[in-house]
Design a protein. Structure first.
Length: 150
């Protein structure tokens, strides 16, 4: 009886071992780890720190220290119209918010306030707050070798 059991066990182990897939696992690189940038808004200007970063995802942590509510937009530099890459709703004075944007293309980006008017005519008026320029260089390395990242 003992040899019969051993034979069955060897047969089952051999069968299970032969059930594996012959396909290779493709290891796609992870995107770069997001970088936090601080955006400071006051009544005169918008400031971004750091002002340059490698291409990839960024998290803009925005604080509004102006006397009025402000909205923030991110546009490629030189394009005053069109769909922004990122924008926030109105940020109350002394409040903070954050917005994530994927800046994959190297170049310059304008980080500016947007008017909070409810009409298109009000939205066309300049806010008087000087925008900041964010420079994006070549892509950052992948996050594949980063441990303990969400």
């Amino acid at each position: 009886m003992g040899l019969k059991r051993i034979g069955i066990i060897v047969f089952i182990v051999g069968t299970v071992a032969g059930c594996g897939s012959s396909e290779h696992f493709v290891n796609h690189p992870s995107p770069p780890v997001p970088v936090n940038l601080t955006v400071y808004i006051n009544d005169q200007r918008v400031s971004v720190s750091p002002s340059s970063v490698g291409a990839g995802p960024v998290v803009l942590i925005v604080t509004n220290q102006a006397r009025t509510a402000q909205s923030l937009t991110v546009l490629p530099a030189g394009s005053s119209a069109g769909q922004p890459l990122a924008d926030t709703g109105p940020i109350n004075p002394q409040a903070t918010t954050q917005v994530t944007v994927n800046l994959n293309t190297p170049g310059s980006y304008t980080v500016a306030t947007a008017p909070n008017g409810s009409t298109e005519a009000a939205a066309a008026l300049p806010t008087g707050v000087r925008p900041a320029l964010l420079r994006v260089s070549r892509a950052r390395p992948t996050g594949s070798n980063q441990l303990l990242q969400p």
